[in-house]
Structure formats: C-alpha cells, structure tokens
Design a protein around this ligand. Structure first.
Ligand code: SF4
Ligand code: SF4
Length: 620
C-alpha cells in the first residue's frame, strides 16, 4: 500500500477518527445513510480522501439496506468495504446482515453501527451488540475515538481472515467525543475488483444455507479460541491466584466512565474487566473474572448483553437485579451513585461524596429550565402543519422520522413508528376504519429524504390496496435533522459532484398516484387551496399526494426574502401564535394581554400574518 500521508497527532471528533481509521485500514468503499450519531463519518471520509487524493468511493445511499448491499458487493469483489449507520438504521439493513453473516465475504467488510443510549435522537435505545449476537456477526465495542480506530483495523483483519462481516459499534459518546489522536498512514488500496463467481455460495439455496450456518458457527468458535482477535480489547485484570470481594465488568463508554470514577475516588484498586469485543463473547475470561470476585457489577450500555450471558453466575448484578436502571444513558453523575451503592453492598464502603453539597445545590439552581423541542422560526413545516390541522381538524395524522416529527406540537402528528411508517400506517388506519364502514380522513406526512428512504413501498401498497388517504411530502430539499445531507431530489452526491436527479413528483407518479400537487407552504392561502384540491382527489381516486415544497430555513437561509414584522393593537393576547402556531419568536409581554416578536429569533418569513385570528400581525 503506498503511504500517502505522514503520521502525526491531531485532535479529532470520534466520527472523524473513524473515517480516518477506515482509510488507514485501506477501506476502498464506504456507503451510508445519515443518522445521528453516525452522520459525520462519511463526510469526514470524503474530505480525507479528497485532501490526500485517495482512490476510494463514498456514497450517501438512499437507505441503510442499500448502503449495506452496495458495500457488501464491493467486499465480494475482494475490496475492503464498509457501511455506516445509526443503530436503528441497522434494523433496515438487518435482512441483509443476517444473510451476509452466512454467506461471508472476500475482502474485509465492516459495519459501523452507532448506538444512541439515552436516546438523544432515536426511536429506541437498542443495543447493536444484541443485533450482532442475533446475526452471529463478531462485534467490537470501542470506549474512545482512538480505540475505535484500532478496532476498525482489527475488524478488517478479522473480516478477511474469517471471511465474515464484522460490526463496530461506537456509542454516541465515542462518535461525538474529541480526542488527541496519533495518526498513522492513510492507505490507498490498490486492490482491483475481481468477483469470483460461486453461485452455490453467493446465491445459496436453503439446503446449502444450512451448511453455511454450520460453517459460520465453526468460524465463531475459532475466533473465541484465537485470543489475538480480542487482544488488548478484552482484559481480565485480576492476576492468577488472587481473589477480590468486588469487581466490575464493563465495555464501551461505561468502561472509561467507571475507570475514571474509581480512580478519581481513590479506589482504583477495584478491578474492572474490560469487554471491548463482546461477540463472540469471551466466555472463559468472564467466568474466570466472576470466579475471582464475590460480587460483580456489570456496567454496560444499552441493553443487558453481558449480564444475560452471566445470569447463571452467583454474585452477578446489574440491570436485571435492579442495581442499574433498565433504560437511559449511564452518564457519570448516575454511575457515581450506582458504583457507590454497589461498593457499599460488596465492601461496606461507599464512594466518598462526589461534590460539596453547597456546590451541588448551586448547580441545581443554575440548571436551565427544560424547554420542549420545537421547529425553528420560519420552518416551512410549521406552515404546512398549521394549514393541514386547520383543513382536517378530525383527521388521523400519521407521520415519520425527521425534524417534522415536531409537528406533534402543532397537533398534526399522532403517530411516529419508524422510517416510512408515516405512509404505511396511514393505509393501515384507513383499512381498519373502512372495515367498520366508518371512514375517517387520514393525512400522512413524511420528509423528502425519508420518502426516498422508505416511503415508496408503502405508497405503492396504499394505491394497490385502494386506501383512501392524503400524503403530504414535506420537501425542504435536504436531510435536515441529521446535518443537511443532500437527497436524491437534489442530484448532488456525497462528494459534492453531480448525480442523477430524481424529482419527487416522478417517483410519486411511478407509485401509481394520479393527483400529485406541489405548493409552497409559505403561501398559506394557496397551500390551503391545494389541500382542498387534494382532499377532493382523495374522494375521487383514493390516494393523493401534495408536495409541500420550500427549502429548509437553516440550509438555504440566503434564499429567504425576509420581512419586518409588527404586532398591532388588534392583538388581544389569545396566544394562538405562541401555543398553537408555536413560532419561538413570539413571546407574551409580561403583565399585558399582548405578545411581541423577538427580532433576534424572527426570520421574517411572514407566515404568521395568516394565522392570527384578529389580523394583528403585519409585515411592514
Ligand atoms: S398576535 Fe394574534 S394570535 Fe398572537 S396573541 Fe395576538 S391576537 Fe393572538
Ligand atoms: S415572521 Fe412570524 S412565523 Fe416567521 S419567524 Fe417571524 S414570527 Fe415566526
């Protein structure tokens, strides 16, 4: 491999570090669909390959399964390939993952699935380690950005040695932490695509899948018997012949948090076993550790993966014994209390108080008041939701994953399940009501990126099965929630190059919808008229689609024709603009039955002119 960059040190974000790790390991193909906390990996990969003129391919794929399959195909040609996504994205790619573990690969194939304990920005807190167990794909669990780089390199080696997909699951605190990292050489891989046809394997029939399953089980057993794969990542710290009253088992981010807390509290002698490669799980090391301790606390995110494995061992506690909450992120403040109670139980010695009580009280007082998340001032989705709610006061509103989920504050979102379910659940609601002869208006909303991701199958299904529903596609010309990645509707690729543009309207028509309207939600009267037109089309045709088209206010701020806003004396303080329309720029004037507009927040979109019942809002 030619050396294309000299080593050095640099402070990097975890996701940048992983992009670097991929290129240091010679990854030639990276495919992804954006999703917090994974979104920055692919852009950093693109930037590095461009800066250092590395011949590697990167794409934003339309969804995670597509990303997985594209990268997997490259791995079958012998290249090193990877895909990255957030943990719920792995659900979308799960079908492929399950099969790929059986079929195996040729070049190294690494799946980076970023977990979101908390959850901060996800539908579920699911644990990718459990998915790796389910799929029988080995997994690494980094504790720091620097470790993530090393694990990516090891994952490629393991993948190639055993011809298996290998998962790396960094949690959000690894993705978004910054660390001073030693860079090694970036590698431009010279491997050429060379797919060796073997239909018996790559297109295996169910009979041969059984053979492949046996082979997979053999590979996993071999990995366990070859400690080099987990070397440095799984560490049992109690020397032979020694015994302890208390020990802790941890992996991933909790490992460093536990280590820091114990060291800072002066009880660094409490042994902490590290499990950085949880699958295939290190049965012998774990058993050995448990046998050397009277009591063991398992500290892990997000599920109870190790604890389930150790359930039959005496003295083991964790989530399932009530020592650790069943949900939520194990932030250091929470962990401190957990560790203190455990050490009190096991050693009769809690941790010393973390903080001076007066300082604790002071910090409590300066905590900012909780504020519910809301759409940005001037967000075109607010205008669309307000008009939808006004036109269909009695409808069932299904919606989807994206910043427009916040339409629930405007009373225009009743359900959010997963990507694409805004459309599929709408037809499901229709069929359920229709079965009883009790049709209700059904209005689904979905973002443009989410529609490309997984909206089309549901829309085709709705048309095919004669559902009666209106779908509003909230087209803001960007994947806003995850950091402004382009969509197929823009025809701009991951590296900024020109791609094929796929207009939404053509896709919708291709799904069998005849009435496809497009209107700007900023034009409130016109948009309301378009909704009425679409409602008629639903009556006539069953499924109609209205594309609510206006660019995201953050991504395309320069395109906004800003107006100066004024509240007149006609304001009677009804607070509809604050409570129902919920533009953050409005605030009640204390002591008066009136509102004002905060100029620092108002973007001058002018939409609010149309929502005030007394006509008190004017554009100057
Ligand atoms: S500006 Fe209009 S909507 Fe807002 S409080 Fe005054 S009257 Fe109500
Ligand atoms: S013009 Fe009205 S709706 Fe637009 S940002 Fe300002 S206050 Fe909010």
């Amino acid at each position: 491999m030619p050396n294309v960059e000299s080593p050095g040190r640099r402070v990097m974000l975890g996701n940048e570090a992983m992009a670097r790790g991929l290129l240091e390991a010679g990854c030639q193909v990276l495919c992804s669909y954006p999703g917090t906390p994974s979104s920055e990996i692919l852009p950093a990969f693109v930037q590095l390959k461009r800066e250092h003129d590395i011949d590697a391919y990167a794409e934003w794929s339309v969804n995670e399964k597509v990303a997985f399959d594209n990268a997997y195909a490259a791995a079958l040609t012998g290249k090193r390939a990877a895909c990255c996504m957030k943990q719920v994205g792995l659900n979308v790619a799960c079908d492929s993952l399950m099969s790929a573990a059986y079929l195996g690969c040729v070049g190294g194939f690494v799946v980076i699935s970023c977990d979101d304990p908390g959850p901060h920005s996800s539908q579920t807190e699911q644990d990718t380690r459990l998915m790796s167990l389910f799929a029988k794909a080995p997994a690494f669990d980094p504790s720091t950005p620097e470790e993530a780089i090393r694990m990516i390199a090891r994952a490629f080696e393991l993948s190639e040695a055993k011809r298996l997909p290998v998962i790396v699951r960094p949690a959000i605190r690894v993705c978004h932490a910054k660390q001073d990292i030693v860079q090694t050489r970036l590698a431009s891989q010279p491997r050429k695509a060379d797919f060796q046809k073997d239909p018996r394997r790559w297109a295996a029939t169910p009979k041969f899948r059984y053979v492949l399953h046996e082979e997979l089980n053999r590979k996993l057993a071999q990995i366990v018997s070859e400690p080099k794969w987990a070397d440095g990542f799984n560490v049992q710290p109690i020397p032979d012949g020694e015994h302890r009253r208390a020990g802790i088992i941890a992996g991933g981010v909790p490992f460093v948090a536990v280590r820091d807390i114990l060291d800072d509290a002066g009880v660094g002698s409490v042994p902490v076993m590290k499990v950085g490669m949880p699958n295939p799980y290190p049965r012998a090391l774990l058993s050995d550790f448990c046998e050397r301790c009277d009591k063991v606390l398992v500290v892990e995110e997000t599920g109870a993966f190790l604890e389930l494995i150790l359930e039959s061992k005496p003295g083991v506690c964790g989530r399932n014994t009530g020592h650790i909450p069943q949900e939520g992120e194990l932030v250091p403040e929470l962990l401190y209390g957990i560790l203190s109670r455990f050490l009190d139980e096991a050693l009769g010695q809690p941790l010393p108080r973390a903080m001076d009580p007066s300082l604790e009280k002071l910090l409590e007082e300066v905590k900012p008041a909780p504020r519910r998340p809301t759409l940005c001032p001037g967000c075109p989705h607010r205008a669309a939701f307000f008009a939808i709610r006004r036109r269909f006061p009695k409808a069932v509103f299904t919606s989807d994953i994206g910043c427009y989920t916040l339409g629930l504050n405007l009373g225009a979102v009743d359900t959010v399940l997963d990507m694409g379910a805004g459309v599929t659940m709408a037809s499901g609601f229709y069929q359920a009501y229709h079965q009883d002869g009790n049709d209700r208006p059904i209005v689904a909303t979905i973002g443009d990126s989410t529609f490309y991701h997984s909206g089309t199958a549901g829309l085709m299904n709705a048309v095919y099965n004669r559902a009666r529903m209106l779908l509003v596609i909230l087209d803001n010309k960007i994947t806003a929630m995850t950091g402004m990645q382009p969509t197929p509707g823009l025809g701009i690729r991951a590296d900024g190059g020109v791609g094929g543009r796929i207009p939404l309207e053509r896709v919708v028509r291709g799904c069998g919808v005849d009435t496809v309207l497009t209107h700007d939600p900023y034009d409130v009267p016109g948009f309301s008229a378009a909704l009425a037109q679409a409602e008629e089309a639903v009556e006539r045709e069953g499924v109609a689609v209205l594309i609510s088209e206006h660019p995201c206010i953050i991504a395309y701020r320069d395109q906004l024709e800003s107006k100066r806003m004024n509240i007149t004396d006609a304001c009677d303080g009804c607070l509809l603009c604050v409570k129902r329309f919920e533009c953050p720029a409005f605030e009640p004037i204390p002591g008066e039955k009136k509102v004002r507009i905060r100029e620092t927040l108002c973007v001058g979109c002018g939409v609010c002119v149309h929502i005030c019942p007394t006509g008190a809002i004017e554009a100057a």
